[in-house]
Design a protein around this ligand. Structure first.
Ligand code: ADP
Ligand SMILES: Cc1cn([C@H]2C[C@H](O)[C@@H](COP(=O)(O)O)O2)c(=O)[nH]c1=O
Ligand code: ZN
Length: 199
């Protein structure tokens, strides 16, 4: 469990501005679990929370955000980043999962929401299956007040994993999948396999 670098409901709400938090890491690192944990705590603190995910992400559920170990929270699937601004309404906390899949407006949207006083929490893959930065994640990490990088366990050697290795054949950047198509890998096991695969 991670400790947030700030407290919910610190009693200074009238003076408090919004901010952006990014939770990043490889597949299976616990990004969605951590997002759900933070959002549930905000609910417990009595705050109004809205959660969004990209409409394409329907692996476990068409509406809910669901982790690999079956933790779940209701969410609104949206097509475009701008939809989040329209739907965030009077919420105090905005959660966004799979941030890497959103169009590049997600950066301006996050800034605009935080400037309006909201706490914006985004979870997303920092790297794609080629080990390259994914979507707008680098920009989001740059404008965030708080960035948390978490790690999975390497499925090849048990070390700390920061890479998502694609075990299936597709070469397209976006290819939804879980354990049948991806493995968490450490640096050594990822790049050795990439060399062997001549990707
Ligand atoms: N290689 C792995 N390393 C760590 N956790 C794993 C691994 N494979 C499966 N898991 C499970 O995945 C959970 C995290 O799921 P989730 O929060 O959905 O991750 P993410 O959103 O980062 O893909 C862990 O708590 C664990 O139960
Ligand atoms: C590495 C990589 C992943 N994806 C897809 C696979 C999954 O559907 C999601 C990541 O989900 P998670 O919550 O982080 O486990 O992204 C992809 O489309 N392209 C990639 O390069
Ligand atoms: Zn390894």
């Amino acid at each position: 469990m991670l400790i947030e670098p700030h407290l919910e409901g610190s009693g200074r709400e009238s003076r408090r501005s919004g901010w952006i938090e990014v939770i990043c890491g490889s597949m299976f690192s616990g990004k969605t679990e951590e997002l759900i944990r933070r959002l549930n705590r905000a609910v417990i603190a009595g705050q109004k929370v809205e959660i969004f995910k990209p409409a394409i992400e329907k692996r476990y559920h068409d509406k809910n955000v669901v982790s690999h170990n079956d933790r779940s929270i209701r969410s609104t699937p949206v097509q475009f980043a701008d939809d989040v601004v329209l739907l965030a309404g009077e919420s105090q906390v905005v959660g966004i999962d799979e941030a890497q899949f959103f169009d590049s407006e997600i950066v301006n949207v996050s800034i605009a929401l935080a400037n309006k006083g909201k706490r914006v929490i985004l979870a997303g893959l920092d790297m794609d299956f080629m080990g390259k930065p994914f979507g707008s994640m680098p920009q989001l990490m740059a404008v965030a007040e708080f960035v948390t990088k978490i790690h999975a366990i390497c499925m090849n050697c048990g070390d700390v994993a920061s890479y998502s290795y694609r075990t299936s054949l597709g070469k397209e950047k976006i290819m939804l999948g879980e354990k049948e198509a991806y493995e968490a890998r450490c640096r050594k096991c990822f790049w050795e396999a990439m060399g062997n695969d001549k990707k």
